[in-house]
Design a protein around this ligand. Structure first.
Ligand SMILES: *Cc1c(COP(=O)(O)O)cnc(C)c1O
Length: 402
């Protein structure tokens, strides 16, 4: 098919041309005397992205899922109890991993479309007088339902219960696109990956580990090998890796960190908020449809999960969009399969790119029998974006304060 494929799944995201070019490098010796400079540049460059000075960024040659496993096996003993809310396919998969690896899981079952419930975390933590819960897990941005949770509120629950459990946060589809604050929120392990807000191909697990979590890993006994923090941290201290790192991915990361620094993290958050609001204008005011996220406080600025009307299969919208219009939309996963389609709006993108996705989704919906007004989604998004300047960081702060 001529022209570009329109990639609007919520990861992998579009890789900027500058990053693609930076990755087209000959292979080099990862034990050479000059290699440590690259290691140090990318690890130091990740710290501001996690908003940390005290914690340690780590790169595994895996995807984000590897960092889930690393958090559990490094910091806990088999049989330890963890507390976690389940409200979508990604929070579900993390629960499933905990169970399969041999941890005891207290699951806070939460309707899909809502976010992590801080008051229920607090109730469980306050009831746990013997501190059997060793880690509290939360998915900051549930990519399956387009729901963003309040991580600071989960930290508050831990603090008000005076509970010493570690706090693990899945920020795979939030980091570098929705605000994340490692130090301020007292996060012990942040789990992320390369192919979402960091605008790279999949293939790097990008994680960050607090001093407290590194301390816990020294005595914790769950079996670990490939994902051992200690081996990684020791090798990284010399600028090296315990096994072969992906050199092109590291050059790509160096370039994407440079792009992030040039735009400015706060400006990136503001751009994502602005783009997301235009997409929501298309959904609500244009098409008259609903999001899976049930309330404005849950709306995600990186992905919108759009409910299709009864009698329509969301999978047909996605199939039509791909085959006829060369547009990749995100599918409904497990419980919400067929009930929705998703537009990913994170990473390297702007209004006009998103108008393409909205136009394509609209045509695909009309083709499979969804009764939306032709042009209505595009018009609503255009109207929103024409009437609202993309807020810069200062503007974003001002509007938050208001
Ligand atoms: C994409 C994603 C994952 C899984 O990451 P992989 O890189 O595919 O292993 C986990 N959690 C969330 C919230 C995600 O969006």
């Amino acid at each position: 098919m001529a022209g570009r494929n329109f990639l609007f799944v919520p990861g992998p995201t579009n890789v900027p041309d500058r990053v693609l070019r930076a990755m087209a490098v000959p292979m080099e010796d990862h034990r050479s005397p000059i290699f440590p400079e690259l290691t140090r540049t990318v690890l130091a460059g990740l710290k501001p992205v996690f908003k940390t000075t005290a914690a340690t960024p780590i790169l595994f040659p895996s995807s984000g899922t590897g960092c889930w496993e690393a958090a559990l096996t490094n910091c806990l003993n088999l049989g330890d109890k963890v507390l976690v809310a389940r409200f979508g396919q990604f929070s579900h998969l993390w629960v499933d991993m905990c169970q399969r690896l041999g941890f005891e899981v207290e699951v806070l079952e939460t309707p899909w479309g809502e976010g992590a419930p801080p008051e229920r975390y607090l109730t469980s933590l306050a009831a746990d007088k013997q501190h059997k819960i060793k880690a509290v897990l939360v998915c900051q941005n549930e990519t399956a339902t387009g729901v963003t949770s309040d991580v600071a509120a989960i930290r508050k629950a831990l603090d008000s219960a005076k509970h010493p459990a570690l706090l693990f946060v899945d920020s795979v589809s939030a980091l570098a696109s929705i605000d994340f604050r490692m130090d301020e929120w007292g996060v012990d392990v942040c789990v992320s990956g390369s192919q979402k807000g960091l605008m790279l191909p999949a293939g790097l697990g990008v994680t960050c580990v607090s001093q407290k979590a590194l301390e816990a890993s020294k005595t914790a006994k769950a079996p670990r090998c490939y994902f051992d923090y200690a081996a990684m941290v020791n090798a990284n201290a010399q600028g090296f890796f315990p096994y072969t790192p992906s050199v092109p991915m590291m050059y790509g990361l160096k370039e994407s960190l440079a792009l992030i620094a040039e735009e400015g993290l706060e400006n990136i958050f503001a751009r994502h908020a602005h783009l997301a609001r235009g997409v929501r204008a298309a959904v609500f005011e244009g098409w008259g449809l609903k999001l899976c996220a049930t309330e404005p406080r849950w709306y995600s600025d990186t992905v919108s999960a759009i409910m299709v009307p009864d009698g329509i299969n969301g999978a047909e919208v996605i199939s039509r969009a791909f085959k006829r219009y060369n547009l990749a939309l995100g599918a409904g996963l497990s419980k919400v399969a067929g009930k929705l389609f998703r537009i990913g709006h994170l990473g390297d993108l702007n209004e006009l790119m998103l108008l393409g996705a909205i136009a394509g989704a609209e045509m695909a919906m009309l083709d499979v029998g969804v009764k939306v007004e032709p042009g209505s989604g595009v018009a609503a998004a255009q109207k929103f974006w024409r009437n609202h300047a993309p807020a810069n960081a200062a503007g974003a702060k001002a509007s938050k304060a208001a």
